[in-house]
Write a protein that binds this ligand. Sequence first.
Ligand SMILES: Nc1ncnc2c1ncn2[C@@H]1O[C@H](COP(=O)(O)OP(=O)(O)OP(=O)(O)O)[C@@H](O)[C@H]1O
Ligand SMILES: [Mg+2]
Length: 347
Amino acid sequence: MISIQELSKIYTSKKKQVIGVDKVSLDIQEGEIYGIVGYSGAGKSTLLRCMNILERPTSGKVYIDDIDLLSLSKKDLRKARQSIGMIFQGFHLAMGKTVLENVAFALKAAGKPKQERNDRARRLLELVGLSDKADQYPAQLSGGQKQRVSIARALANDPKVLLCDEATSALDPNTTQSILKLLKKINRELGLTIVLITHEMEVVKEICDRCAVMEEGKVVEQGAAYEIFASPQNALTKRFIRTVIDFHVPEELLKKSSGTIVQMKFTGGQAGDTVVSDLLQNYKIKGNILHGNVDYIQEKALGTFVMELTGDPQEVGRAVESLKTILDEVEVLNHDRSADQPVARAE
Ligand SMILES: Nc1ncnc2c1ncn2[C@@H]1O[C@H](COP(=O)(O)OP(=O)(O)OP(=O)(O)O)[C@@H](O)[C@H]1O
Ligand SMILES: [Mg+2]
């Protein structure tokens, strides 16, 4: 659907060059919700603006449905852009126009007669749940309602792709949830491909099928959202994941424990309870669950459990080894007691 190949954007001012996007290659499939995550300045907006050539890449290629956007004439590019809707953090609504006019105006460029424009605008307002606000002005709306208007407007020309630049960043958590639900709904009902920029990993967890993590203009990791959450590879990705799934075992607990503390990660089809009960049956050890958590990403469970195993140390060792053969991630967390020894001071 969208194919980006070796795309770079370098900003050149009088004295220096700033790399906005650095040799990024991405493939976004039809009908998916694709998240682009990164801290401020990572190059997310630049990359998104290059996807519809609001910004011309310095080098590289952008294909939408196999059309090489950079090879198009101005006129053809304008036409191609009609199949790409865009929404922003700041809504970008015309304040002097009513809600209905804001949406209908987007249809003007397509040359539709007024009645048809208004009818379609009303249907779109219904889709985003704002039928009763048609005659109000943006200033009379909440942030979430404004974003709904801008979504309706972005959908006016029946795009195939919706690009969202921090569409929920200005909204409170509840409103964010309702906008994400709406995006998911239009993704499902209209088969719309959605590219979504965010600095909140929670947003990826909620609705993205796949995602890419960006740092300093580069994509440092990309893949299915579940895989990224289950086994992040890059240090930055790990940091992002921790903002959503922060599994911290208190140091006090580790200090107090006399047994072996293991943290286990359960992915996809693995049933945590069976693994644990088998373990306790097969080895002469005792197990005590200290901590547990299950998250759902793309409706697939991702669980983490922390257990204290006690008994004969060799038997415990064998039990841990057997866990390692069953689960992808088993980590022994025990407190390093050597750190408790007083350090001899050289004076
Ligand atoms: N028009 C411009 N002229 C010069 N440099 C720019 C321009 N636009 C972006 N940059 C630079 O490119 C880099 C990437 O910026 P970009 O806006 O894409 O980041 P971002 O990931 O969207 O950040 P944020 O989360 O803050 O929106 C930054 O170093 C920025 O300063
Ligand atoms: Mg940005």
